[in-house]
Design a binder for this molecule. Sequence first.
Ligand code: AQP
Length: 333
Amino acid sequence: MPRVFSGIQPTGDPHIGNYFGAMKNYVRLGEEHGKNSIYCVVDLHAITNPAAHDPSRLAERTFEMAVANFAAGLDPSRVTFFVQSQVPEHQELSWVFTALTPVGELERMTQYKDKTAELESIPAGLLMYPVLMAADILLYKADTVPVGEDQTQHIELTREIARKFNHAYGETFPEPQAVYAKDALRIPGVDGHGKMGKSKGETSTLGILEPLDSIWQKVRVAPTDPARVRRTDPGDPDRCLIGDYHKLFSDLPTIETVYAGCRTAGIGCVDCKKMLMEGVRRELEPLQARAADLRSDPDLVRDALEQGAREARAIARPVMEEVREKVGFLKSR
Ligand code: AQP
């Protein structure tokens, strides 16, 4: 039985990178695989980044991340959706994998290098992040993992950990495959500085729950093709992040119009940005209305998360029992 797993960090407001890069695939795979599509808000991961961790806001951000996913179309009665820290087996399996994983391999992870480049003191949790991620996935024996391209290396390490465990203790875990959204592999930040990311702060992100006025203020000043200095200069939409965003939000005729208009200088950058906002409004307004409805009944959201944790534990417990037995721990009577 194919099983899908993915997690999303409550390190800030979900943005269009999360939405097009991962969340839309959660919904699509959820429709195909029902309760065998398992998603969680990975709050244990969120505390590994000291710059992004604010204990007074973690619970609220976790709740909001669930609201965002439900508003984006995930139905918790049809898929399994829960909060990672409410299923303690994730940490238990992670420790077993820690014992199998060489430190050198963890130090080679690009995300680890990026996130620690400017830290004076590096929390061990940042190094162990991909081990916990491997435990998240393998605890459910998932074979399909919808993620953005930035997670490729972590999924490869997960496969390696599965191989090592199977070799040491006998065939237990599948080697999972990443599934990418092909038009949204790595959505650039609206500030023009690399990948859009929550931990980079609000200047990088366009939040899916962000008021449209605020989105427009960021889009208005966003950098475009640097070759287009004057309105009359032709531009290259493939070198412009607004061009990238049109591919996410606009219909085909609009994309063709703005791409041709940019190349011939027939359309200026401000008009191109205004046309983008029409697509943004069309996509996000209904989603934001659903989020407002969900927030008005927080107990409903909390009940769904607790039910999700019960469903997840029903799968996780027997897998952990199998692992404990294979590793050789003394069984409690
Ligand atoms: N820019 C992106 N383009 C495509 N996919 C993306 N994802 C994240 N950013 C992009 C995918 O979203 C899922 C959840 O990832 P996350 O919770 O780790 O999101 P994040 O914004 O990357 O969070 P961080 O770690 O707080 O931010 P940064 O990147 O700034 O360090 C994943 O499947 C991810 O691939």
